[in-house]
Design a binder for this molecule. Structure first.
Ligand code: NAD
Length: 353
């Protein structure tokens, strides 16, 4: 076995069905007495359930989380936290909600409990993306890592089938890129292969039967495994492309990951044969790129960036931006190749290999 380094991150995880009831004990463990509960406007009923179960009377809800963590929203939430004299944060929702909680924690030092309700995976990472003056920047800082994560499978049952499929493939993308990361290691590779397998098995079942608790459990466990990989090793071309398409063209996060991933994998296939073998094993397919394309189709997601609002005339600029300050990638980035890759994803065609 080759020499490797692995950085474990300190976080406590409670996983199961109906584990939301553990929130009172977890607030107590953090010695919290005054909680600010964070959610998106659409999920305020989740925040109210946390309030009921919190075991403390001093709770305040801030149901204003939005995509891309705009700094104005963070400032507003911090004002509410200060007025309430909050001593802990509880974030219940997807990556947008977790992002807001991280942004508050960074500036206030408050301890956080994250309760994810999608498969996005932000809860396990020390990474925060935030937007100021329409520019999105990303930082990596241990102060934003949630102290406790409560995974309650039941909270994912309400995630619509289409959103479940794309959110799950967003999670798979973390595992895929971990398998060919420059700083990959045997631990993250184990987690990635298992995480991809669990999600790939569960997502088509969820697409047909969104209330299937067993499939939901497997998917959430897979998402946790893949997000642990995202937390530990560097991401590559696929993430650079999705950050470019989301940041500069406003494309939706999970849907973009789903359409781009097969093409990014096809681009890297010859340069990362070991990773491709792991992915094909996980997908039970002959080809990593085709297996991912078929998985996207099987969860009835669009595989065409043009359906997500990208114009054909944007492709040149997207390729140019994606080649600027590229992330490390197993295959060198060449602009003509990236333009071809993007055109394939724009058209929604099956990848070339
Ligand atoms: P999201 O949090 O924006 O949620 C999408 C929508 O789904 C929202 O309207 C939300 O209210 C709704 N929703 C969430 N859970 C639901 C449920 N169980 N039932 C019904 N509706 C539900 O989307 P997301 O895909 O979870 O997160 C995307 C964001 O997270 C992006 O901004 C991305 O950059 C960020 N992210 C960050 C990291 C990180 O490590 N920093 C990792 C992954 C994603």
């Amino acid at each position: 076995m080759k020499t490797f380094e692995y950085n474990a991150l300190p976080s406590r995880v409670v996983f199961g069905v109906d584990t939301l009831t553990a929130v009172a004990a977890e607030i107590q463990r953090l010695q919290g007495t005054r909680a600010l509960i964070v959610s998106t406007p659409g999920r305020s009923e989740f925040a109210e359930r946390v309030r009921e179960l919190s075991g403390i009377s001093a709770t305040e809800v801030f149901a204003g989380a939005t995509m891309h963590t705009p700094i104005e929203v963070t400032k507003k939430a911090i004002r509410v936290a200060k007025r309430h004299r909050a001593d802990c944060l509880v974030a219940i929702g997807g990556g947008s909600t977790t992002g807001l909680s991280k942004a508050i924690a960074l500036r206030t030092g408050l301890p956080q409990i994250a309760i994810p309700t999608t498969y996005a995976g932000s809860e396990m990472t020390p990474i925060l993306g935030q937007t100021e003056n329409e520019i999105k920047t990303t930082l990596n800082d241990p102060r934003v890592l949630p102290d406790v994560v409560i995974y309650d499978v039941r909270l994912t049952l309400s995630l619509p089938p289409a959103a479940s499929g794309t959110s799950g493939i967003n999670a798979i993308a973390h595992g895929v890129e971990a398998l060919y990361a420059r700083n990959k290691n045997p631990l993250t590779s184990l987690m990635a292969e298992k995480g991809i397998e669990k999600l790939a098995d569960a997502l088509p079942i969820i697409s047909e039967d969104p209330q299937n608790l067993d499939a939901r459990s497997e998917a959430l466990f897979g998402a946790w495994l893949c997000s642990s990989c995202l937390a530990s090793v560097g991401m590559a071309l696929h993430h650079k492309l999705c950050h470019t398409l989301g940041g500069s063209f406003g494309l939706p996060h999970a849907e973009t990951h789903t359409a781009v991933l097969p093409h990014a994998v096809a681009y890297n296939a010859e340069s990362a044969p070991h990773a491709m073998r792991s992915i094909t094993r996980s997908l039970k397919s002959d080809s990593a790129a085709h297996g991912l394309f078929e998985l996207g189709c099987s969860v009835k997601s669009t595989m065409a960036l043009r359906d997500l609002g990208l114009d054909e005339t944007d492709l040149d600029r997207a390729a140019e931006l994606a080649c600027q300050e590229p992330y490390w990638n197993p295959r060198p980035i060449n602009r003509a190749g990236i333009r071809r890759l993007l055109h394939g994803a724009w058209n929604g065609e099956a990848p070339s290999n």
